[in-house]
Write a protein that binds this ligand. Structure first.
Ligand code: BES
Ligand code: MN
Ligand code: ZN
Length: 500
């Protein structure tokens, strides 16, 4: 879908559908919605008066103009209460509009006015950014096999702004929103792809192709290099698979940041998690193709940081491995040694995410990072704790944790701080090695975070367990398509932009 901005009057705009909006509780449409209402002989007013439409967030009302306007249809979108209107509400309203319109057979071109602009004291650039982000994320189409050639789509959406002096600011905001959306869309594509296609080598190939169009540098380590480095936990998980593991390193180093200690993002990239020898039940196992959502989010955020030219030095790592059973697979009882010579006893081969991450946490010490954050679909236990409403946040540094909390709130990628009591570390004590990879069922998410913490040294660190955020579940709003959510891209981008 193409986005445009023009100066003009929305009620004079010719297209298949125009979108106007209303705050909840407003009984008399004003501004752009008012002009449209007058042209339609009060159709919006009548819907409000009848109680059929209230401006509630997430709601929409479709009207046919019957020749009274150049546009064929009018979609009125509810913005919720004016007092609550913010970036996230504006993003959602744009998503609701595009989701509605792309479901209509006859709609290919649309026009809209900026949500809520002209009423509140909202920052125009931010509102335009929210508009572009919300609409581009709603327009997203997951990959299909074979690709549908004649898909009915909403091809273009034009923001029609009455005031010529506002067009430049709106254009800048739309550009920023579109670039961020491209990062989220990349992450969604990677997560949605089937696991036979998106094997670690293919993941790396796609990231290299993406990086070639940007100023990101891209380096890929294979298993020979990992063996050289002593990454025994990654190799242990990977040894049951015919697919070669890949460690992908993207570097965003804008001019003038060469001296900065980098921020480091690490993503879990299990391209398929069978559980290995501790094999998972077959029901729902197909969902384990999303076990690389952390890696996908890191790659998507690196694309956004690069195109948005965020003036921070940031390195993004994706560790891509397939977890399979087989004659050469690692076993419960094995003891593996990581890149730093630390040992781990394997009790359950399905607790593989923490293993591959632990080698990465040791590896990134060479960068002397300012701070590190990893994103991982690590435990089912986080779903029991928080459902699909927030990722669990764990950290060894209060200031860094607060920066993540702030980025989560600003981006709408929710994260909730969880405790890191020293006592949780007792649950992963091993008789034979320095740690074991599983504890009992109690506080399973905390023991996984303690396992990771054991392998961090010399930098502030945070961990996000995103196991139940990678897919858009039933509880999520309907302003975006089903499947991969792209969770984390917006958070990481906000984190880098706002870091200090
Ligand atoms: N990839 C899974 C976690 C997961 C669960 C992701 C549900 C998405 C949805 C992870 O590798 C795993 O298998 N974790 C185990 C750990 C256990 C064996 C200690 C779990 O949570 O059951
Ligand atoms: Mn697993
Ligand atoms: Zn896993």
């Amino acid at each position: 879908m193409e986005l445009h901005v023009i100066q003009g009057d929305i009620s004079a705009f010719a297209c298949d559908a125009i979108v106007v909006n209303l705050f909840e509780g407003v009984m008399r449409p004003s501004g752009g919605a008012g002009a449209v209402d007058r042209a339609l002989d009060g159709a919006i007013f009548h819907a409000l008066a009848a109680g059929d439409f209230s401006g509630k967030s997430g709601s929409a009302l479709l009207l046919y103009t019957n020749g009274r306007l150049p546009a064929t249809r009018v979609l009125v979108v509810g913005l919720g209460p004016a007092a609550d209107f913010d970036f996230l509400a504006a993003r959602k309203a744009a998503g609701v509009a595009v989701t509605y319109l792309k479901g209509l057979q006859g709609v290919h071109t649309a026009g809209a006015i900026l949500n809520g602009a002209g009423i509140g004291a909202q920052d125009l650039t931010e509102m335009a950014r929210a508009f572009a982000l919300g609409s581009q994320l709603a327009a997203y189409q997951p990959p299909e096999y074979p690709p549908k050639e004649e898909r009915q789509t909403l091809d273009s959406l034009t923001l029609v702004e009455l005031n010529a002096s506002r067009v430049a600011e709106i254009t800048a905001g739309m550009d920023a929103g579109t670039k961020l959306a491209a990062g989220v869309r990349l992450a969604r594509d990677l997560v949605n792809e089937p696991p036979n296609i998106l094997v670690p080598v293919e993941f790396a190939r796609r990231v290299q192709a993406m990086a070639a169009d940007t100023r990101l540098s891209c380096e890929v380590l294979g298993e020979a290099e990992m063996r050289e480095l002593g990454m025994g936990l990654i190799l242990g998980v990977s040894q049951g698979s015919h697919q070669e593991a890949q460690l992908i390193i993207l570097k965003h180093e804008p001019p003038g940041t060469e001296e900065q200690a980098p921020l480091v993002f690490i993503g879990k990239g299990i391209t398929f998690d069978t559980g290995g020898i501790s094999i998972k039940p077959s029901a729902g196992m197909d969902e384990m193709k999303t076990d690389m959502a952390g890696a996908a989010a890191v790659m998507g955020s690196m694309l956004a940081l690069s195109t948005l030219e965020i003036p921070q030095r940031v390195f993004g790592l994706a560790i891509c491995v397939e977890n399979m059973p087989g004659g050469n697979a690692y076993r419960p009882g094995d003891i593996l040694t990581n890149i730093k010579g630390k040992t781990a006893e394997i009790l359950n081969t399905d607790a593989e995410g923490r293993l591959i991450l632990s080698d990465c946490l040791g590896f990134v010490e060479r960068y002397q990072p300012r701070a590190v954050i990893d994103l991982a679909t690590l435990t089912g236990a986080i779903g029991i704790a928080l459902g699909d409403q927030a990722a669990g946040l764990f950290s060894n540094d209060e200031d860094w944790e607060q920066q993540v909390v702030a980025a989560a709130a600003a981006s709408g990628d929710r994260a909730w701080p969880m405790p890191m009591y020293a006592e949780y570390a007792d649950t992963i004590k091993s008789d034979m090695a320095q740690v074991k990879n599983t504890a009992d069922r109690m506080a399973g998410v905390s023991s996984s975070a303690k396992f990771l913490e054991h392998f961090t040294e010399g930098y502030p660190w945070a961990h996000l367990d995103i196991a139940y955020m990678a897919l858009r579940g039933k509880g999520k709003d309907s302003s975006e398509p089903k499947g991969a959510s792209g969770y984390g891209v917006q958070l990481l981008t906000a984190l880098a932009a706002g870091s200090n």
